[in-house]
Design a protein around this ligand. Sequence first.
Ligand code: CP
Length: 310
Amino acid sequence: MTLSVKHILSARDLTKKDVDLILQNARALKEISYRPIKKVPTLRGKQVLLCFFEDSTRTRLSFDIAAKRLSADTAVITKSGSSMAKGETILDTIKNLAAMQADIIVIRHKEAGVPWEVAKAFPQISVINAGDGMHEHPTQALLDLMTIQDAKGGVAGLNVTIAGDIFHSRVARSNMILLKKMGAKVHVCAPKTFLPADIDKYGVAVHTRLENAVKASDVLMMLRIQMERQDGFFFPSAREYSKYFGLTREIMKFAKRDLVIMHPGPVNRGLEIEPEIADGGQSVILDQVENGVAVRMALLYLLCGGKEHE
Ligand code: CP
């Protein structure tokens, strides 16, 4: 079995079979990271370009590590330090990178839609969307799904709540799409100013009180307040946001004993989540990071023509 898609642009494009294939391969490839020599020759001779025109720690490093664990070569370009800082356009930049014979381009950009433009312009190269503006972050949704399955034994029928800055969050959009596709009951919880105008289209339950959302949840994904995207009047003050929408030990009194707590990172400690909860026994935040490497290994492997991993 192979993937039905050449690019990983949106969670919408993936069939349930694609998702199962990716996670099955991620689970098989994960053990490589625990070997004394963390490397296999599977993608030797393949070139992966990491085009990160917006800041990243987890996504960029996990793609880099994933590629290297499979023996692919990587090259990184960021806006600062490249000729984009001199005004070269994104498509001209990618055209030059493509001429260097890339097999896969991983791209993060602050403008929604850029990965689609790159995939259209260079159809011979597989393009992975590593986050486009406020739009989508499909590989994050895949690693989140793997983490939920690991923690809960499955996802179908589970109540999964995504809470916080939904409006600015590409993680929320990709997760709403993917979790619904895989049979979860998806809830969102946010102040009204943090809910997208088209939230009804996602078919999710909407809460505006965190304790109600927490009571209903098997899994709770807290989102970062995206300070860098707050160009409107979204909440009166950090203290007020934290009081009503921060995950505190007080709010956790409403939670099921086996509630699983997630966060895509980076975490604003003390704003959307108390440090004691982010670091506590119900948190799987570092499992998400660990699974990020495995999921990205699986994607690189499958996009380079790999089949079910043996
Ligand atoms: N979760 C996530 O996308 O983190 P980075 O911005 O550090 O890549």
